[in-house]
Design a protein around this ligand. Structure first.
Ligand code: 1BN
Ligand code: ZN
Length: 443
């Protein structure tokens, strides 16, 4: 049997895939798709195609909101947000970008940008009878100054930290393990409370050593029918080997991936929670990629390319929605360290220079220029590389890079057993979350 699978060489790692759509708690099978191949007959019954089409139903906000209020562990984080809004469930979600109420200025004075539209009312061009006003100078009454506030939801650092901790508590989220299965269920369940739709994209793929891996990309969407879309992504799996650990005895032990994996997902879950409370204007897809970190270890015999980012490679070739398009994407990886710095990752600069400018300018504008230096760092073969190359969607990677590090690019505990929750800083999660929220809500 394995020999049949081994016939799939090189980039053609995908074996099979299926999509499921979940909305407001109900899970329905939508699509199972098989990558066609001359070997398909040998693969057994579970790999036969089901050519049904993925369909979307309409948004059911009220159900989602009730679900939000019923939520258990982070209810404490939701209630303050409701108080913030100064609104009841009946109006919820109540924030609209164009709203100009007193409530909004109370909500978040630090996180808002002010668009000043100076509307000069029509004033009389004729200077008739008795007025001493100079021609062309509007009176106070003639000038109508409208301040349009763009509400940027707050980002709760403790809530994000909690989302990171919950993932790490499952243990290493290595494909084909019970911990990965349990964590996937947790992620689907959590996204389902916040998003309009959740799609899971199951697939089979080969690792560098020809292990057959069951992968699952998880996609939560806001405004799934809106044409203008942005996607935000992180990988949710953790590395099966601590191959950078100082102790060689640990090189085959899986890692917790608190920073490498869980941190990005934690930030995005908090962003999803905030988006449920204050819906974005644009369509937003939150994508949790699987099998990012199963790349060939340094001492592996087989050093073929493209062994990283297998879930992203699958999605880039076969997106979760037909003819999927997004204006741009933002990938988060290793965004939780106490001393994090996010110089511009080189592939991002090459493939998505405009988006780099947008994100790094925004960071500077909201006071996080020190975290986001505008210097170019290393080129990392992360998920965004495949999305840029295969799906052609300009995508940047916000990733902690250290030019002075012993391993070339990353913190010393990268791919070691020390990548645990002690390395996660709620403050850093917040910096990254605020930058991303500002970018999305100012689109
Ligand atoms: C990022 C986090 N990556 C793995 N863990 C991607 C990567 C690929 C990093 C190759 C270094 C080399
Ligand atoms: Zn890694």
């Amino acid at each position: 049997m394995i020999n049949d699978y081994n016939a799939f060489a090189g980039n053609e790692r995908d074996i099979a895939s299926s999509l499921e759509t979940r909305r407001s708690g109900s899970l329905r099978r939508r699509q199972t798709r098989i990558t066609p191949s001359k070997h398909s007959a040998a693969r057994g019954r579970e790999l036969q195609p089901h050519p049904t089409e993925l369909r979307r139903s309409s948004t059911v906000l009220s159900a989602m909101n009730v679900e939000l209020l019923r939520s258990s562990e982070d209810r404490d984080f939701i209630y303050p947000a409701l108080r913030y809004a100064g609104t009841g469930l009946s109006k919820f979600p109540s924030f609209r970008r164009e709203a100009q109420t007193d409530k909004i200025s109370k909500m978040n004075t630090t996180n808002k940008s002010v668009l000043i539209i100076l509307t000069v009312a029509m004033f009389a061009m004729t200077s008739c009878g008795g007025t001493s006003e100079k021609k062309g100078t509007p009176t106070k009454e003639q000038t109508n100054v409208v301040e349009q506030e763009r509400f940027i939801p707050p980002f709760d650092a403790d809530s994000a930290y909690n989302f990171v901790r919950r993932q790490v508590d499952f243990g290493p989220r290595v494909p084909n393990t019970p911990a990965a299965k349990a964590c996937a269920e947790y992620l689907v369940g959590t996204l389902s409370r916040f998003c309009d739709t959740v799609v899971t994209q199951a697939f089979k793929t080969y690792s560098f050593d020809r292990t057959i891996l069951d992968g699952q990309n998880i996609i939560g969407s806001f405004n799934p029918d809106r044409q203008k879309r942005i996607f935000l992504a992180a990988h949710w799996d953790s590395r099966p080997f601590a191959d950078n650990d100082p102790d060689p005895n640990n090189h085959k032990t899986p890692i917790l991936g608190a920073n490498d994996g869980a941190s990005g997902v934690g930030v995005l879950l908090e962003i999803a929670r905030q988006m449920a409370l204050a819906r974005p204007e644009v369509g937003v897809d939150i994508i949790f990629f699987d099998v990012e970190d199963y790349g060939a270890p340094q001492d592996a015999q087989n050093q073929e390319s493209d062994t990283w980012g297998l879930g992203a490679q699958h999605w880039a070739k076969t997106p979760h929605a037909p003819a999927y398009k997004a204006s741009f994407g933002i990938l988060l990886d290793m965004v939780g360290d106490h001393q994090a710095q996010f110089p511009i990752e080189a592939f991002s600069n090459y493939y998505a220079n405009k988006i780099v400018k947008k994100v790094w300018d925004m960071a500077e504008q909201i006071g996080y220029g020190d975290y986001f230096p505008k210097t170019e760092g290393a080129a990392i073969t992360d998920d965004h590389y495949y999305i840029n190359k295969i799906a052609n969607i300009p995508t940047v990677n916000i990733i902690h890079l250290r030019p002075d590090s012993k391993n070339g690019s990353f913190v010393d505990y990268w791919h070691t057993l020390k990548d645990d929750i002690s390395n996660i800083s709620p403050e850093t999660l917040k910096v990254v979350g605020e930058v991303v929220l500002n970018v999305v809500y100012k689109e």
